[in-house]
Every structure is written in C-alpha cells, then in structure tokens.
Design a protein around this ligand. Structure first.
Ligand SMILES: [Zn+2]
Length: 378
C-alpha cells in the first residue's frame, strides 16, 4: 500500500523537487537562502508547527514539529535531519535546473539533498492523507550550513537530538548499492603556523631561522600520525611560506585534513598534534583547529536501528544494505551523543558535489515508501 501511494506521488515529487532546485542556496548567502526558507516554511505549515530559527550568518534554519496523539504523544520524538544549502554558487540553478530524462532526474543540489526535502514533505503529507497514526512525535530540522561544517546549526541539532529516540538523516546513500550509512569518519582540520626569523640569504644567512625548513620537519612529523590499519588519514593539503628566494623565510603555514573512525583515534591525533615541537633552535609553532565533526561510530544501538530499518524495508520489497563512508554529516553529531542514528536515507543516485549529480526516480519513490514506513513503525 505504501509502495502504491509512493508511486502515485511521482508528479508531485518532481514538481516539489523542481521548485527546491530552482533556488540557489550557497549557505552563507543569506538573502538567497532565506528566500527558499520562506517557500519551505509555507510548504511545511499545513503539516505541523514551523519554527524559524534566525541565523545572522547565513540562511535561517527551519524546525517542524508534529505531535503524536494519545499515548504516543509522550513518546520521545524521532528527529529527521535535512540541509538545504548546496555547494553550488549563485547562477547554477539557472544553468542546471531540474531536468528529467527517462527515469533519471538531474539538477544542482538535487541528490545532496533537495530531493530528500521533497521526500520528507511527501512522506509526512502522505501519512496524514492515509490516516496513519504516528507512534511518536516528529521533529524535522532543515538547516542551511551543513556543507561548511554546520557552525550555526550544530547546537540546534544537538539540542533536538538529546531528547530524540532516534535520528533519521536524509543525506544521499552510498552510491554503490545505495547503502545506508551506519558509520562515518570524524573530520578535523588543523592549521600549523611556523615562525622563524628573516635574514639576508647572501650576507648573513646564519642569523636566520628558516621557517620552511622547520615546516618540512613538521610535515613529516604530522604525516607520521596517520594509521592505515585504523583507517586514520592525515593529509597535509596546503603548505605556504617565504617571501623571496634571497630571504631566509620567517613564516610558513600548512593546513591538514584528518579523518578517524573512532573517538579513541581522534584523541590520539589530538595528543599527537599538541606534542609537536620545533626542530630548529628558536623556531616557534602555533597550532589551531581540531576535530569539527566527531566520528559516527557503528554502535550496538545504531546496528539495532539499522536492523529494524532493514526489516521495514524488506516488508516493502527493498533489500537495504549497510556501509561506511569517510565523509561526515550532521549525523556525526547526533551519533556522538549516543542517539541511534541511520544516515543515507535519501534518494539513490550519484554525483554529489559534481556536475553529473542525479537521482533515480523509481528509487526515490521507494525511499518515500520506506520513510513513511519508518515514521509510522519505528
Ligand atoms: Zn548533504
């Protein structure tokens, strides 16, 4: 019955997706993001109580609350997570609007993750239309800064997660096999600045302290913190320094991306970075940054939630697999709080952050049925 309902929503799904994709929403462009927030607030209003959380640094965040009735009203809510910012600059929506070819839909920000917002709206509307009761209240956050690490929405997400029974993250699935995500790496960025001392390279080089040579020592020390066996990666992504070939460089910096599967590895890295010390006499190091998203670890609670999701999917004829990814999402925050979290519930497709970004329409409608099943059965 859910499958038939979902298939009947094909036109409605594409129409909603077309509207959402027609807005450019680079997260920090407040005017453009707020324009889409206006539209979504109107679309969500018939479903429940919409709160707009003002964000002076970018687009406003939206929170929809739907109460459950009877004894279900006192149950812990389910938290749904979506973001409406995309990585695409202003002007992309006009160049890559929604385009449907056969069973595939293309569009900027469609796969990651405006199609998911359309699915969420249709699932909640459908549950009402079909007269299903909710076993627990629903809280749905649609935020505007996931792509830049959620600096302004993190607190809101963590606050709502603390009282939630479980969290359903509507990010795209893993491309290969459309797998759900029960583990994601934690991600951090460190910046190491070296201060040496400038001197004339020809006249009195011995009076200088070469910041680039110090940086070279530190690059190798930092790289040695990686642990392939643990899946811990350390990437010195940029290194800069110096001013001219005939000057002993006084300044140098590097930026380092780190990724870990476990909190224990995050702590080991943090300790390793703070233990770095200068090799050249007189050189100074300044370390900033750290982990900005904790790892989503594959906990017994998240495995149990995945098994229930899998069973609800199986009843709909879906065979759902489980996977892990090196990329982070807002699910990392909720999982780190110990709240069972399933990620990757969005529409199957491919090309996140890429020009060939696309979704499979039949797969998206299957995910609509699945979402309705999860919201009414979990
Ligand atoms: Zn995303």
């Amino acid at each position: 019955m859910l499958n038939e309902y979902a298939v009947s929503q094909r036109d409605e799904f594409l129409s909603l997706a077309q509207q959402l994709v027609s807005y450019d929403t680079p997260g920090q462009d407040k005017i453009r993001c707020d324009a889409l927030a206006d539209l979504m607030a109107t679309q969500l209003a018939p479903l429940g109580e919409v709160t707009r959380v003002s964000n002076p640094h970018g687009g406003d965040h939206l929170c929809l609350r739907i109460p459950a009735v009877g004894s279900a009203a006192s149950q812990a809510p389910v938290l749904l997570l979506c973001h409406y910012d995309t990585v695409w600059p202003v002007g992309t929506a006009a160049i890559r609007p929604l385009r449907v070819t056969g069973e595939t839909a293309f569009g900027a920000g469609l796969y990651d993750m405006k199609a998911s917002i359309a699915l969420g709206m249709l699932a909640l509307r459908g549950i009402g239309e079909l007269g299903f009761g909710l076993p627990r209240p629903v809280t749905w956050l649609i935020t505007s800064d996931e792509e830049i690490g959620s600096p302004t929405s993190r607190e809101l997400i963590e606050h709502e997660a603390r009282s939630a029974a479980h969290v359903l993250v509507l990010e795209p699935p893993i491309e290969q096999g459309s797998l759900l995500k029960t583990a994601r790496k934690g991600v951090g960025v460190y910046n190491l600045a070296v201060t040496g001392r400038a001197a004339h390279a020809g006249v009195e080089p011995e009076k200088g302290i070469n910041a680039l040579i110090e940086l070279a020592h530190q690059i190798l020390a930092v790289q040695a913190l990686a642990d392939r066996g643990q899946g811990t990666t350390v990437n010195v992504g940029t290194a800069r320094g110096g001013s001219a070939s005939n000057v002993v460089p006084a300044e140098a910096t590097m930026e380092i991306d780190v990724r870990v599967w476990s909190g224990a590895e995050a702590e080991r890295l943090e300790a390793g970075f703070h233990a770095l010390s200068p090799v050249l006499p007189g050189a100074e190091l300044l370390l900033t940054g750290g982990l900005n998203r904790p790892p989503m670890e594959r906990t017994p609670a998240s495995i149990a939630l995945f098994k229930r999701t899998q069973a609800i999917g199986a009843a709909l004829g879906l065979s759902l697999g489980e996977g892990a990814t090196g990329g982070a999402s807002d699910g990392n925050f909720t999982s780190a709080l110990g709240i069972p979290t399933i990620d990757g519930l969005g529409a199957p497709g491919q090309g996140a952050h890429a020009l060939h970004e696309q979704i499979q329409i039949p797969g998206a409608l299957q995910r609509l049925a699945l979402l309705m099943g999860l919201l009414t059965q979990l």
